[in-house]
Design a protein around this ligand. Structure first.
Ligand SMILES: [Zn+2]
Length: 295
């Protein structure tokens, strides 16, 4: 499952490749699961829009779109080039001047930028033909990924961990009776911090995952926020060198791994004090910590 740093890396890679390009036509597959908005709405918003920006919000990839004025075009000839059967909406139904296309990759979703002659992989659910001649395709074998459109601003919920200020961070967590680990994973609070990054941040701050948020003082919260940002930024930097692995035509997933200090190291010696790392389960998620370094 791609986590925040991977999604950031993917969004940056896509931004380099497709910013400024215009979506000339849209094909959507017949499986309903990947579509969170209706096929008609998605096609109507995408068709004839320019990609102004590609960015990450939480674990979502957001394409900011603006409508391009086009002369009446021979839509029928484009339609006849559809690669497969599927739904295609009438773009007249709804054509806002500004909108967003939102992609959540789920477990196995991928976005490919490729040439039209590249084989259409099995489990391709969307194909956007771009004015540059390339195609942007959404492929997702397990179909937990989601495509939607938003008009008038997409709200991913929660606050962005990399942009969170100390005041907001402390106010959000202080007084909560839940384990700090659960609070970090609560997407309504912080947007997009996953299991691995929560464990790694708590280790760097010296706080046990099961500790109640209400027992953590302001200084510790301040250091925890710094650790969350540090861990996420390190992972983003590590991923920056492998952007092409995410979005290239053949799309073998090559998610980089941050050098984990506790996550997945149960029984192995702590890198600081050599005490064996412990694993416990909190709210159904594995949590790893050093019983000596973390209090
Ligand atoms: Zn230790």
């Amino acid at each position: 499952m791609p986590e925040l740093p991977e999604v950031e890396t993917i969004a940056r890679g896509l931004a380099k490749r497709v910013t400024g390009d215009v979506i000339e036509s849209v094909w959507l597959g017949s499986h309903p699961q990947p579509l969170k908005s209706t096929a008609r709405e998605i096609a109507a918003v995408l068709d004839g829009s320019r990609i102004v920006e590609v960015r990450r919000m939480g674990k979502h990839i957001v394409f900011d779109l603006e409508r391009v004025e086009r002369a009446p075009s021979p839509a029928k000839s484009r339609e006849s080039k559809k690669p497969r059967k599927g739904s295609r909406a009438n773009p007249e139904i709804l054509s806002p001047t500004q909108a967003q296309w939102i992609v959540h990759l789920g477990m196995t979703g991928r976005l490919q930028v490729c040439e039209p002659q590249n084989e259409v992989l099995k489990h391709t659910h969307a194909i956007l033909k771009l004015a540059s001649g390339r195609e942007l395709r959404f492929v997702d074998p397990r179909r937990f990924g989601r495509l939607s459109v938003a008009i008038g601003g997409f709200d991913a919920g929660g606050i962005e961990p990399l942009e969170a200020g100390e005041e907001a961070f402390v106010a959000m967590f202080r007084g909560r009776k839940t384990p700090i680990k659960s609070a970090l994973l609560n997407q309504k609070l912080l947007r997009g911090v996953g299991n691995i990054y929560a464990d790694e941040s708590l280790f760097r701050t010296g706080i046990r995952p099961r500790r109640r948020a209400s027992t953590i003082n302001r200084d510790q919260f301040s250091r925890l926020l710094a650790s969350v940002k540090e861990v996420l930024n390190e992972a983003i930097v590590a991923g920056g060198s492998s952007i092409s692995d995410y979005v290239d035509a053949d799309g073998e997933e090559g998610f980089f791994q941050l050098q984990h200090r506790v996550y997945g190291r149960e029984g192995e010696p702590c890198l600081i004090c050599k005490t064996p790392i412990k694993r416990i389960v909190i709210a159904g998620r594995s949590s790893h910590y050093c019983p000596k370094c973390q209090k």
